[in-house]
Design a protein around this ligand. Sequence first.
Ligand SMILES: Cc1ncc(COP(=O)(O)O)c(C=O)c1O
Length: 336
Amino acid sequence: MLPRIVTQLIGQTPIMLIEVTNPNVRLVLKLEKNNPGGSMKDRMARSMVVAALRDGRLAPGGTIIESSSGNAGTGLALAALEFGLRFIAVVDHHAAPDKIRTMRALGAEIRYVDGDFAEDEIPVAERIRVAAQLGAQLPGALFMNQQENPANPEGYVDLAEELIGQLSDGIDAFVGCVGSGGSITGIAQRLKRHNPNLRTVGVEPAGSIVFGKPGHPYYQSGTGIPSGYWVGSVLDYGCIDNGVQVTDTQAFETARYIARRKGILVGGSTGGAIYKALEFIAAGELTGTVVTMVVDGGEKYLSTIFDDEWMAKRRLLDPKIAAQLDAWLLGKAHAA
Ligand SMILES: Cc1ncc(COP(=O)(O)O)c(C=O)c1O
């Protein structure tokens, strides 16, 4: 049967191999950017809406409210279309402008939080406060609250099942970005049940507070938890073997490199996860089949991380990263 609603196109995303110098390791990318909303978050968005409709917290014709940097909001806009719901996205200036335009184009109502925030300051706490308030005030409205919503990690179980089916020789390691923690929790718990020896690495931006380091502003969008906010209940630290940080420069230079060398436009957080996966592989700490995800596509960041002027102005360019990636992917002889 042909799909009749766009959310039926969520999932069954392809995988692709990135060869590294060690023949005993393969890095596999799961192209979650191929989901209809352009990110893995289509999965958790629909999962949260279905769960709320099922247990009666949301009624047909109701309103979904969520604080979003764009990807969860785009997924929710699609789920709202499927179920005939109204969707209000609470956003801040930190979200990539094209993500906001996308949500609006898909019928979402956009509500910016007020306040005088620095460009690299992420007012998540204020966004959540406004979203919770709207959820409480508007009749028939529900704040989705992805940081505390168990249907967020549950939305990724299918993704893990797909990986198990696609990689029948086994999966030895998973490297994933950590924001709400929903994706790494849902995927790692399922993959570890399949292979108890699976090693997991959670990657947050330097400046994020998930793994106990002091917070400071960062530019990576949609990922990490900024200072002034707290880690929600969906994140299961027990399923993360190593929690590490990646700088904006490492993340963005890697995204730019993957575009130039491999022809895949990936977003900044994905660049960070790939950088860390390759670092762990080069150190011999991850072996066998290592999986990471293309959380979203670089198309969403053309005017930021793929814009030389934007990068230079913020001192985020560093040619040493490309040389390092050449050494990891092609061997020392190729390093500048
Ligand atoms: C681009 C991007 N990277 C990483 C993440 C983090 O994913 P999670 O919230 O599942 O931890 C998100 C979540 O919104 C995202 O949009």
